[in-house]
Design a protein around this ligand. Sequence first.
Ligand SMILES: Nc1nc2c(c(=O)[nH]1)N[C@H]1C(S)=C(S)[C@@H](COP(=O)(O)OP(=O)(O)OC[C@H]3O[C@@H](n4cnc5c(=O)[nH]c(N)nc54)[C@H](O)[C@@H]3O)O[C@H]1N2
Ligand SMILES: Nc1nc2c(c(=O)[nH]1)N[C@H]1C(S)=C(S)[C@@H](COP(=O)(O)OP(=O)(O)OC[C@H]3O[C@@H](n4cnc5c(=O)[nH]c(N)nc54)[C@H](O)[C@@H]3O)O[C@H]1N2
Ligand code: SF4
Ligand SMILES: [Mo]
Length: 746
Amino acid sequence: MMLSRRKFLKISGATFATLSLPGCSLMKQVGSGHDPLDPRFGYGLNPEVIPSYCGMCFWKCGLEAHVVDGKIWKLTGNPRDPLSRGRLCGRGTSGPALVYDPDRLQFPLVRTGGAGSQTWKKATWDQALNTASEKLQKVIDTYGPESVAVMYHGKPGDWFAHLGHALGSPNIAKPSDAQCRGSRDVAYWLTYGKSLGSPEPLDIENSKVLVLLGCHLGENMHMTQVREFTQVVENSISGKSKIVVVDPRFSTAAGKAWRYLPIRPGTDMALLLAWIHVLLHEGSYEGELIDTRYLEKYATGLPELTEHVKQYTPEWASRETGIDPSMIREVAHELADKAPNVLIHPGRFNARNGQDTQRGRAGAILNAILGSWGRKGGFFIADKPSVPPMPHPPYPHSDKPGADDGKYFITSKPPMNEIVRATADGSPYPIKAWIVSGTNFFHAMADKKLMETAVANLDALIVVDVLPSEPTGYADVVFPEATYLERHDDIAVKGFKPSYIAARQPVIDPMYETKPGWWIAKELGNRLNVGEYFPYENAKEMIDTRLTQAGVDPEALWKSGVLEFDPGPLFIEDGREPVFRTASGKIELVSSYLAEAGGESLPVYRPQDPIEPGYFRLLTGRSPIHSFSRTNNNFIATDLEKENALWLNAGIARTLAIESGDRVRLENQDGVKSTFTIPVRVTERIRPDCVYMVHGFGSWSKKQRRAYGRGVSDNELLTKVRVDPIMGATGLSLNDVRLIPEEVRS
Ligand SMILES: Nc1nc2c(c(=O)[nH]1)N[C@H]1C(S)=C(S)[C@@H](COP(=O)(O)OP(=O)(O)OC[C@H]3O[C@@H](n4cnc5c(=O)[nH]c(N)nc54)[C@H](O)[C@@H]3O)O[C@H]1N2
Ligand SMILES: Nc1nc2c(c(=O)[nH]1)N[C@H]1C(S)=C(S)[C@@H](COP(=O)(O)OP(=O)(O)OC[C@H]3O[C@@H](n4cnc5c(=O)[nH]c(N)nc54)[C@H](O)[C@@H]3O)O[C@H]1N2
Ligand code: SF4
Ligand SMILES: [Mo]
């Protein structure tokens, strides 16, 4: 879309107006020194360079903060770090705009009115900690420790998860499980005896055929994977590798693909099963397309799998997926040709339709029969550095089940959606307090109404955040945390290529009255009689002790930010013998765990719900410069992209007489309307039966002045959710919306 000069001036004028205000208040806040918002700030000065790791998403890239007079000038990648190798993504570099966000929480707040009233008063830390612990203690005394749930995400939340365990609660959950990669990790655990975790052990850069199913690398900006993906793109130019993208939307990655498969949403399992079918049934003689020696040595269940996928022909899959059978065969043969140096990328966000563990299993099985586990261009196997865990007494055993009441086949911890449900309906027992840190449950979970019912049932809602996010508006006590650039968090200890230990440390002092999470959790622990679980003065001392025990020099780590370790041989060819911690000690194509538990031991495809006539399936994804809702108030990120847009197929737009830039409100199949409106982006790059937006906008917290009212929250339109029967993940991509034009275009 061309911007007219007039419009452009209008936009830059508005941008300037919003930026100039915080700029002024910032000058006051940081004193009369240099203004970190002034682009000239820092040049010609001699910054101190302090390493740490990024907290703008969970990938934890190593960074270097360039600090002048106690103020952050800029962040760059730590060249010594195996994840960033000297490069941060746009979100990573926007970190200072979080630190210097004028809307930041600055001091503790305690609610003065009754539950739900929007009135707080500024409190001292002592007052706020006492109020929170009195409320929590009352809940524990009345209902038991299981009625205190902890919702957390990322390193700052880990301290509060620890507090919850110390209290003896089984209800500790994060949205990166049941709303993200939990079902994928369970799928790989069932198949290989190992979850993939984060960062995933993928050798993307050496992949000769890389298949991305709903994994939009390049928009999904996990730096290391994007860097490796760039290598594959380069290799594909010289014909050394091929990229296959399966997506209802022509993503950035699709633009680099050898084959793009515009799949009908939700039907990926059908495609995966058909590819397995081709490999097992369509060789010119049995087994020709697979490495039978690898499978005999490392896998069990091949005859049952072969029989099971007989029904899943490319012709059958074509009816489900909308993809031509010849295209399905062509890709399968290309995979077989380049195996084992191929990778069906396991993706990360996996919570789509309630068949998510089994879809993850279908991908894991396909990777197995291609022989890509332990192979170059597939999955590598790395030893992790050995560092003793945080010292503490054993956690008390809870005789109560988690909120899910054992209803899933696999639940080491209850899914966060079960905690919400149990809080709303009181079964299997009342949940009366939530401690929330580093997660915005209103944006991360489906069904805003259910969430509000749950929150209304709480006697205590304690929220630790850095910004006045939606959950803080409902909280009894708000604890303002120091940002990731102002505090220590635990070290990251990872098996990777190479393996590494990375450290997070303050690069400036905490601003205002903010405090690090470890301190807040310890202070609450002391007041709740579990002080012995925090046997250290501060986080740094505790980390130093563990590193020294591991034979690692703590000072070397604080100075470098990251230390590399030998991961051992990465591939079978190099002498690594893979170990599979499944019951059979082999890759389980047929899951013995699910068979024993009474589940389906092989993935069985179930047809998808048809899209409602006149509606579009709502798909979501990531903006390269935003992280969920955590950057929607960030003045660098919002300067580049202030709200989300709704991708709409050009042919459909013509029939609806909608043009790019028109604002629409969305209404879902249950009549739920979006609170705000969203501009339409008319494009050929999406199937006619879908619309697409990035997740994380549509904030309704007025205290986040830049975020408020900008764009639409996909989350509030997700009233139809199907829960994965194996591990309880919520399928989020089942909702259909129609467009209600709102404003006449100018
Ligand atoms: N910039 C940025 N990067 C991020 C994040 C961020 O917030 N911002 N978040 C990180 C996190 S925690 C995660 S989990 C990952 C998520 O990133 P991914 O693992 O890549 O997953 P999604 O975000 O779901 O991927 C969205 C893509 O899937 C397509 N899609 C939707 N439905 C279907 C379907 O049924 N089938 C197929 N084949 N495709 C479909 C969409 O059109 C879109 O292109 O991103 C990570 N990286
Ligand atoms: N509808 C829908 N739901 C989804 C997804 C989706 O695509 N669509 N994606 C899913 C995925 S993949 C994931 S991983 C989850 C992500 O779920 P969340 O991690 O909950 O995502 P955010 O919306 O970014 O919320 C982060 C909250 O932490 C706060 N915060 C930021 N930094 C700090 C800090 O240093 N300390 C503390 N205490 N708080 C901090 C932010 O202000 C914000 O309130 O959401 C899942 N839910
Ligand atoms: S991918 Fe970007 S936001 Fe995430 S840790 Fe790395 S630099 Fe930070
Ligand atoms: Mo995620």
